[in-house]
Design a protein around this ligand. Structure first.
Ligand SMILES: C[S@@+](CC[C@H](N)C(=O)[O-])C[C@H]1O[C@@H](n2cnc3c(N)ncnc32)[C@H](O)[C@@H]1O
Length: 209
């Protein structure tokens, strides 16, 4: 990492300031880029449905709402109260969604998930915190769970890590077995299975090969 990079995890106040200026700073509701990325993310998930999903950094809940169509329950968290308030309004009528103020970097909830979605949140953590978060994800995943990472690839001066660096850390995490990758100039999506010996072929899992 270069020396002029921010080397500490970004604090909640950084995001509070963003949401004070704009309720949807990334324009999740209106940008085709975001809509397409959500579709790619959902399409990359190897299982049709999940029992218990975890989405740290849910912002105003647009991805959360999409995940809820494939999951019995989604626990979604954020560090910005204002984003959580918007998510609460958006998801009021969506069954199975629980919203909580919680930071990736805090002690994880005492439960196991069969889907963990680290989407556009890994690069707010410093390297040490991110490595710990990846290990925590494995420790809080069911055997055979899906863990998906999704990040913007262009450098952002304020962020401690780039998207590609986040994905390199994910790939170096013990227990995360690569299943699929999509990348283009802008976005990288990596899908992992937790636990060696689990099928990484969707066709094999479905008995086609
Ligand atoms: C770019 S949005 C991602 C929204 C959604 N996950 C997606 O990919 O569409 C990032 C969100 O992460 C939140 N955030 C920042 N640091 C966080 C942390 N350590 N733990 C949880 N959320 C965090 C921010 O407040 C912001 O709402």
């Amino acid at each position: 990492m270069t020396s002029d990079r921010n080397e500490s995890s970004l604090p909640p106040s950084y995001f509070d300031d963003m949401y004070e200026k704009n309720h949807d700073p990334w324009e999740f509701r209106s940008r085709w880029y975001e809509e397409r990325k959500r579709a790619l993310t959902l399409a990359a998930l190897p299982k049709p449905t999940y029992r218990n999903a975890f989405e740290p950094g849910c912002s105003i809940g647009v991805l959360t709402e999409a995940l809820a169509t494939r999951c019995n329950r989604v626990l979604a968290t954020d560090v910005a109260d204002s984003a959580l308030a918007s998510a609460r309004t958006r998801l009021a009528d969506v069954a199975g969604v629980e919203l909580r103020r919680w930071a990736l970097g805090d002690t994880w909830p005492d439960e196991r998930f069969d889907l963990i979605v680290i989407s556009e949140v890994g690069y707010y953590l410093d390297l040490h915190a991110l490595r710990t978060a990846c290990d925590d994800a494995v420790d809080h995943a069911e055997f055979g769970a899906t863990v998906v990472f999704v990040h913007w690839r262009h450098p952002v001066a304020d962020y401690p890590m780039t998207g590609d660096e986040v994905h390199a850390v994910a790939h170096s995490t013990g227990g995360l077995v690569p299943l699929a990758r999509y990348s283009d100039e802008d976005v990288i999506i990596d899908v992992f299975v937790v636990g060696h010996g689990m099928p990484t072929s969707v066709a094999r899992a479905g008995g086609l090969v």
